[in-house]
Design a protein around this ligand. Structure first.
Ligand SMILES: [Zn+2]
Length: 216
């Protein structure tokens, strides 16, 4: 089974990708990780780092080429999840070309929906234990630490990620809303869209998906 995961910011994509990987034994292919995985000592690696240091988007030509190369590896035979890609219609068309050429088939495109308010609270309230890496959230009412700002298990102060601020969140949300509706509409018309409310716990999100794609 081959899946595409389309997630609004702070929809819990990472957690869900791990759950899908565990349940269905699917390889998770993240566009971000592919870009980070390019050897920085190569010409391509230097080019990617330059673009990212200017906080610009990496050209589709590069992302598409890396994605295609990744999809040619043997470990995807049991199935894969595309995570964070395709995000724009140009990338959707590239995926179609790759699938045709490599004789692959996308079974479902899963959309994780989260309202603006919930996504903002998840982002601004997120705190991480620097020791055990457990994440907490003091704003959503889910996973709040017992003592404000402290890890329940390690008794050390929780930290926040630099990019978990309102400005970065708003920019990400805007980009998502500019590009993703067309992508979602495309997969809806193709009849393979699975829309999921991702405002609850990861388990609740996973249950909704299993109900549709099966639990074997
Ligand atoms: Zn801890």
């Amino acid at each position: 089974m081959n899946l595409i995961l389309i997630a609004a910011p702070a929809a819990g994509k990472g957690t869900l990708a791990s759950a899908l990987n565990e349940k269905y034994n699917l390889v998770c292919i993240s566009a971000g990780e592919l870009l980070r995985g390019v050897d920085p000592n190569t010409e391509l690696g230097r080019e990617i780092r330059d673009i990212q240091s200017r906080r610009e988007l990496v050209d589709d030509r590069i992302t598409n080429a890396l994605m295609k190369e990744r999809l040619m590896k043997d470990d995807i035979k049991n199935g894969f999840i595309l995570d964070g890609y395709p995000r724009r219609m140009a990338q959707v068309l590239a995926v179609n070309d790759m699938c045709e050429e490599l004789n692959l088939h996308i079974d479902y495109a899963i959309v994780l929906n989260v309202s603006y308010d919930v996504a903002l609270k998840r982002t601004l309230g997120r705190e991480i234990c620097p020791v055990c890496k457990k994440t907490y959230n003091k704003l959503t009412g889910v996973n709040a630490p017992k003592v404000d700002g402290m890890c329940d298990d390690c008794n050390v102060a929780l930290t926040r990620r630099n990019d978990d601020n309102e400005e970065t969140f708003k920019a990400g949300y805007k980009t998502f809303n500019e590009n993703c509706p067309a992508v979602i509409e495309y997969y809806r018309n193709k009849g393979i869209l699975v829309e999921v409310n991702a405002e609850g716990s990861p388990e609740e999100t996973m249950e909704q998906i299993e109900r549709i794609i099966g639990s074997k």
